[in-house]
Design a binder for this molecule. Structure first.
Ligand SMILES: *Cc1c(COP(=O)(O)O)cnc(C)c1O
Length: 230
């Protein structure tokens, strides 16, 4: 538990250093602690150390954890693949969804977001390396999907999320993240989007490169919690 606190300090230092190198303010970058496959106790320890935003990929595991931790003011982000029969629970129990990649899923989240909650903040997941087996909308299909989601009143389109294929070098990591950023800039420049401000990119192995390329949210699991166990 002591080491969890230490890990949080280390990751925050890395973010700060990366931000400074890019002449950015570290306050522009939100750290999402990816707690999938880790216990509610581990989440509680990081919460007590000041961490407020947590990301989960598996719905049932996330719901169980949320119940255990209902006394904590955590902002929960859903970052995993979304099956259509899971949309109602996701729309009800999360503040953000990073992994919208199809219109039908967006439509269901829009319909099922409870009226008493604010609009659901969403990112569109982009398959930036066009890998056949990977999730995400193809870059060429992004503008059409973005336009559809922007028109959905219970969703607030905030930006893009990507998980690039691993790169050998820092320069290679930066290059692919800059392509994600370019996709966001292109959408923004159309002038038809009201809330686009988010680039959700960077994980344990490449968070420095993501920050250099303009990430506003990084999603870190392993380097905070250690190897996944459950
Ligand atoms: C698991 C996961 C992460 C965290 O990855 P680490 O390499 O453990 O930091 C980030 N984003 C998504 C979408 C994930 O599924």
């Amino acid at each position: 538990m002591h080491s969890l606190r230490h890990n949080l300090i280390r990751v925050r230092e890395r973010l700060q250093a990366a931000a400074t190198r890019s002449e950015r303010a570290s306050g522009e970058i939100t750290l999402i602690a990816v707690s999938k496959k880790h216990s509610p106790e581990a989440v509680r320890t990081l919460f007590d150390a000041g961490q407020r935003v947590f990301g989960e990929s598996y719905l049932q595991e996330a719901l169980n954890k949320q119940q255990d931790l209902a006394d904590l003011a955590i902002e929960w982000h859903f970052i995993g693949p979304i099956q259509r029969n899971k949309t109602r629970a996701i729309a009800t129990h999360f503040s953000w969804v990073h992994s919208v990649e199809r219109q039908v899923i967006a439509e269901r989240l829009n319909e099922q977001r409870p009226p008493e909650l604010p609009a659901l903040d969403v990112c569109l997941q982009v398959n930036i390396d066009q890998e056949p087996s990977k999730s995400g909308v193809a870059p060429q299909d992004l503008p059409a999907l973005a336009e559809q989601v922007e028109s959905m009143p219970r969703l607030r389109l905030r930006g893009l999320m990507a998980i690039p294929a691993p790169r050998e070098s820092y320069a290679g990591q930066v290059e692919v993240f800059l392509r994600v950023r370019e996709l966001l800039e292109r959408l923004k420049s159309s002038g038809q989007y009201e809330h686009l401000d988010t680039l959700s990119m960077g994980m344990s192995a490449d968070l420095e490169a993501a920050v250099a390329a303009g990430a506003t949210m990084v999603r870190v699991g392993t380097d905070l919690f250690g190897a996944r166990e459950m």
